[in-house]
Design a binder for this molecule. Structure first.
Ligand code: ARG
Length: 453
């Protein structure tokens, strides 16, 4: 029997059907159905014979799904209905008992929480792998100088190791975000029923233990309407994608002929279909280009959740595509970043040449004056004057005479020429977190300790 006397419109069916998206939840749906049936039998809500018939049918269903031989039907609206339908075909009347004390509302929330937890844990590990690679690359280029930039103008030289470690710290925070998302997904929604709880004396903690959850959601209304764990996972995905986009963008710049700081391996480059000389950094560009898509998924799920009345609404069916695509995208991007970085090579000479632009020492001359008693703002003005003389006369700072220096400030003497030697600009950055080599060594050790390396 059905409550309806007319068939559904095929257009509505097409809109409503979510199987193509949610079928990948099947391992979680099978696992929770096993745990649920086991609990129902342990409470005497279904018989042991029912449990056996259900579990054995679930074993068959699992094999069929794993091997791609599951007989999906056009009227399977989602993975939950498909699995229940098939269990009932195999187990007969006992199969009809699997949905006792369960609603698709707590069922889908449980599947998604299991998925989110697994992938958040996995992505935290993947982030860690990339951080390790970056640490190795940093260590291999510990004292290779390159210009640091602000506004994409050469600002102050830094060591490549220092620059790469900046990304390591981003990834350390990303790992934390994924771990947080995993904890948020680690409580069991199942047992909430449609929204109010169920008419049976179930054992939710038992189901939680079976599925490896740390606890159960304490409120049945929250259990079926909560998707915060999905937002948290998407947030972690969005932020790490943004980090990868910055890394990708720098690789695009660095590998250009204009910069010439690095070369990508052939394995991580593309050619041009037209111009035979080209070696394109498509991987870096895609790290840059994929990020807005992931951030878009986060914004879209916020949109779905916004002002949504409690409890379950079909809007929630729209959560999964955003989560899945964000997770898939970040998974491939993290692997790609790892592959590209572990095979690229840096050009020491080119970077050193760019870092030896003497104008980069301007701040150092100002600080030299400060150490001799001039207020910083006045020192800034003195050096601006020197840089201007250089620009107007087409010379470098080291080519100005001592008289020219002293005309700007009597505090300047021969020592100023020592400041213009390249290594001094790096090794003078001795403050905690600075680019001086001993500080970078400290930082490397700290990063290794945080990552348990
Ligand atoms: N496919 C649905 C979803 O993804 C499952 C839950 C359906 N619940 C309902 N009351 N219609 O949200």
């Amino acid at each position: 029997m059905s409550r309806f006397s007319e068939p559904q419109d095929p257009l509505f069916q097409a809109l409503d059907r979510s199987l193509e998206i949610d079928r990948r939840l099947w391992p979680y749906d099978v696992a929770q159905s096993r745990a649920h049936a086991t609990m129902l039998a342990s409470r005497g809500i279904i018989g042991d014979d029912d449990r056996e018939a259900i579990i054995s049918a679930l074993d068959t269903v699992e094999q069929e799904l794993a091997s791609g031989r599951f007989p999906f039907r056009d009227d399977d609206v989602d993975i939950h209905m498909a699995i229940e339908r098939r269990v009932t075909e195999i187990a007969g009347r006992s199969g009809g008992k699997i949905h006792t004390g369960r609603s698709r509302n707590d069922q889908v929330a449980t599947d998604l929480a299991l998925y989110a937890r697994d992938h958040a844990v996995r992505l935290a590990d993947q982030v860690e792998t990339l951080a390790r690679t970056l640490i190795d690359v940093a260590e291999a280029h510990i004292d290779w100088a390159l210009p640091g930039y602000t506004h994409l103008q050469r600002a102050q030289p830094v060591y490549l190791s220092h620059h790469l470690l900046a990304y390591v710290w981003m990834l350390v925070r990303d790992r934390e975000r994924f771990r947080f998302a995993a904890r948020q997904a680690d409580v069991l929604p199942l047992g909430a029923g449609a929204l109010a709880g169920v008419n049976f004396d179930t054992d939710r903690p038992m189901v939680a233990r079976e599925l490896g959850f740390a606890g159960v959601v304490p409120n049945s209304i929250d259990a079926v309407s909560n998707r915060d764990f999905a937002l948290d996972l998407l947030q972690a995905c969005a932020v790490v994608s943004t980090h990868l986009s910055r890394l990708g963008a720098e690789i695009v710049q660095w590998s250009s002929q204009e910069f010439g700081f690095m070369e990508l391996s052939d394995a991580w480059s593309s050619g041009s279909s037209l111009m035979p000389q080209k070696k394109n950094p498509d991987c870096g560009e895609l790290l840059r280009g994929k990020a807005p898509r992931v951030v878009g998924h986060l914004a879209a799920l916020h949109g779905v959740m916004h002002a949504l009345p409690l409890t379950y609404n079909k809007d929630l069916q729209e959560d999964k595509e955003h989560v899945f695509d964000a997770v898939d995208t970040v998974t491939v991007c993290l692997d790609a970043a790892n592959g590209m970085l572990s095979t690229c090579s840096f050009k020491r000479e080119r970077m050193a040449e760019a870092a030896s632009d003497e104008n980069i020492a301007a701040t150092d001359i100002a600080d030299f004056l400060v150490k001799r008693g001039l207020p910083f703002r006045e020192a800034h003005g003195v050096v601006a004057g020197l840089v201007r003389i250089c620009a107007e006369s087409g010379r470098k700072l080291s080519q100005l005479s001592i008289d020219e220096y002293q005309a700007q400030s009597e505090l300047l003497d021969q020592d100023v020429y020592g400041l213009l030697e390249q290594s001094s600009w790096l090794e003078s950055k001795i403050s905690l977190g600075g680019t001086a080599l001993p500080r970078v060594q400290e930082q490397l050790a700290q990063a290794r300790a945080v990552l348990d390396l």
